[in-house]
Each structure stands twice: as C-alpha cells, then as structure tokens.
Design a protein around this ligand. Structure first.
Ligand code: GLA
Length: 404
C-alpha cells in the first residue's frame, strides 16, 4: 500500500480503536451534490507523489479525447502532494510542481470538466505535506477562489497529533474529535457558497456510513487503501456487506478509487473490479495513467452499459445474494424494475469442467429472464439451473430490464 510512514504509524496506533461511540443513524438531509456516485479520475493510484500540473492537464485532455468525459467522467482530482508552505498570513501555497492552481483549474474547467483537491484535518497529510489543521476556513476559501469542485479530506496525522494527544485512552472522545473536524471543514466549505463535493477519507473507522451523511459527507471511504491486486480488491468488496442501506443519492459508500488498468490485474480482473464497483454504486474514479491506456482498458472504463448500472438514478447499492463454492451471485435493483445480476468466479482454481448452476429463485426471479450480457453486448436469457462457465476471476454481468 502506498501510504506514508506517517500513516502507517497512525494506522498501527489506531488499530486498537474500537467503535466506542454508537452514534444513532441520523436523518439524511437531501443534498444537491453527488446525486449519482461521482465519476472522474484521481492522481494517487498511479502517480502518487509524482503528480504535477502537466500530468493533471494531460489527464484532463485524455478524459476528453478517450471519450471518458462523454461516458460520464467529470472530476479530475489531485490527490496528496500538491501542497507547498504557508506564508506569514497562513495562506497555503502550492509547491513547484503546481505553479498556478487557479490557471490549472481554469484549464480543467475549459474542457467542461471539474477539478478536485485533497487535504487533511491534521497538521500534515498522509504523505507529510501541509494539512488544514487550524486553517480550515482559510483553506476552504482558497479552494473556492481557485474554483475547486471536490475535496477529499484524509484523516492521517489528525490521529496521532489531535485524537491521541487530546484524548489519550478515550476512544469515544477521539471519535468525537474526528467527527468535529469533519464537521468543521464541511461548514467552511459551505460558507464559501461554492458547491464542493465532500469526500471523507478515514478508512471506515467508527462506521462513517452512520454519521457522515448528516455532517455533509457526499462519500466516505469504508476501508483502508486499495492496491492493484485481485486479493486486495476482493478483500475490500467483502467488507461492503451490510452497508447497502447507507448509500443513496447524495451520499455513497466509497470502497476506494479504481485500479482498473493498474498493476498486474488481468483483463478479467479489471472487468470484475469495474462490474463490482458498479453493483456497489461506488464512486468511479479511474486511477490509471490515461496517457498510456490500452484500448481494452479504455473499453472497460467506458462501457456505458456498466456505467449505467453504477449511475442508476434509484441509487440502491447492490448485494451479494449467495455464493456457491467459489462462485458468487450479486444483484442490484435498478430504476423501472430492472435488475443487474453479476456472477463472479472468485476462485483461482475453478475450471470449466465444473460449471456453476444458476439458481434464479434465490435471486427472487421466476422463469426465464431476457437480458443483455453487458460485457459481450449480446442478448442473453438466464434460466433456472443454467450452467455457467467462467474463467478464474471473471464475471458475467447481465441487465434484465423486466425482471420477474
Ligand atoms: C491515504 C489515502 C489514499 C491516498 C494517500 C495519499 O493513504 O487513503 O487514498 O490519498 O493517503 O497520501
């Protein structure tokens, strides 16, 4: 995982934190932003601390020329390591890799895209750059002046420097400090008058799905960091169970940014990763190098049928309905009575001589279901007991428009 030593220390220190505060589920106020899960690109998963102005402009250019923008990807998000130092008045400046953030934001906007940025409620970010502690309003104003449309706010050093220092050995008080810090930045963002999508990144501690929407969060990370491996991606997926009820228009569970096209993920694994993020109503923030994207990776990221599942206006997160050995069956209920069904071979050694047999009744379906295979683009009919053969880590994703 590409997290700084600082965060590693913080994670270790916090491993003992328990869900000490049992915040009751708060009423979820309707929010105009993020009515469907945010879509865009983020610099971290591929570029990490190598991100610069040129790379962000290139990503924006590619989002247009590859057709990603037309497919719905809108946010160009700069993650950690853009920050420089504060001046005598506390105003934060960019570092030399970002000579003019306002000009960069203008450039991104000129492409019909939006721009996101990153900070921490602590004194330092996860990569050790300047955080927002004590400068929340000043920073929010600066973002608004630059024309920022999205903020990822990452807990990082707030853990050792504030939570543990101010409330040693009191987990509940530590969590209250954390939620207060997220509320503070939400208020500061709202005070600017500029609509800014608010993304909470605190690794799922103390069940953010229960309190983040009420304090203005549009999305919240549910786990620690993803990396471009099947095992990590699948481990994160397995941790999404039970969170379905918390997702909806304006407020989304965030299983982390996409690794499609990164590392050694096979095409089957990339397809499955993307399919599951769509089933989970997850934010779709591509994290690959768009300037060197292979056509087959582009085809995955721009598959409009799969994106339509993710962006379905009902906003109901899907669930793993059952598993049979190493094959899992997921569904997601869609607007207009439609249903997405994903059959995933999560095993590494299941071979085609043992086809899996679909059980429609377990999915609440009766009789043959006419649908579309969203990866082949072909019409398909799902029948009860149907044998399905899938290579390891591959997926069959079907949309049934008139599920019965
Ligand atoms: C944490 C976050 C990552 C990324 C890095 C940047 O690890 O979870 O998504 O933002 O910090 O330092």
């Amino acid at each position: 995982m590409r997290i700084s030593a600082l965060l590693s220390v913080a994670v270790l220190a916090c491993a003992t934190l328990t869900a000490a505060t049992q915040t009751p589920a708060a009423p979820q106020a309707p929010q105009a932003a993020a009515q469907t899960p945010p879509m865009g690109w983020n610099s971290w998963n591929y570029f990490a601390d190598k991100v610069d102005d040129k790379g962000v402009r290139a990503a924006a250019d590619q989002m247009v020329s590859t057709g990603m923008k037309d497919a719905g990807y809108i946010y160009v998000n700069i993650d950690d390591t853009w920050q420089g130092e504060r001046d005598a008045s506390g105003v934060l400046h960019t570092n030399s890799r970002f000579p003019d953030m306002k000009a960069l934001a203008d450039y991104v906007h000129s492409k019909g895209l939006k721009i996101g940025i990153y900070s921490s409620p602590g004194p330092k970010t996860c990569a050790g750059y300047e955080g927002s502690l004590g400068h929340e309003e000043q920073d929010a104003k600066l973002y608004a002046e630059w024309g920022i449309d999205y903020l990822k706010y990452d807990l990082c050093s707030f853990i050792p420097e504030v939570m543990e220092k101010q409330a040693p050995n009191d987990k509940a008080a530590q969590m209250r400090l954390m939620t207060a810090a997220y509320t503070k930045m939400d208020k500061a963002l709202k005070a600017t008058g500029r609509p800014i999508v608010y993304s909470l990144c605190q690794y799922g501690w103390d069940s953010p799905w229960e309190w983040a929407p009420a304090l203005g969060g549009n999305l919240w990370r549910t786990t620690g960091d993803i990396d471009p491996t099947w095992d990590r991606m699948y481990a994160i997926v397995s941790q999404q169970e039970g969170l379905e009820a918390y997702a909806g228009p304006g407020h989304w569970n965030d299983p982390d940014m996409l690794e499609v096209g990164n590392g050694k993920l096979t095409l089957a694994e990339n397809r499955t990763h993307f399919s599951l993020w769509a089933l989970l109503a997850a934010p779709l923030l591509a994290g690959n190098d768009l300037t060197a994207m292979k056509p087959e990776v582009k085809a995955i990221l721009t598959n409009r049928d799969v994106i339509a599942i993710d962006q379905d206006r009902l906003g109901k997160q899907g669930s793993r309905i059952y598993s049979d050995g190493e094959v899992e069956v997921w569904t997601r209920h869609l607007a207009g009575g439609a249903l997405a069904v994903a059959v995933v071979n999560v095993g590494s050694d299941r071979y085609s001589t043992h086809p899996f047999h679909l059980n429609l009744a377990k999915l609440g379906l009766h009789g043959a279901q006419a649908g579309k295979d969203l990866w082949s683009g072909k019409a398909v009919t799902l029948t009860d007991g149907q044998p399905i053969e899938l290579p390891s880590h591959d997926v069959l994703l079907v949309r049934i428009d008139a599920a019965k």
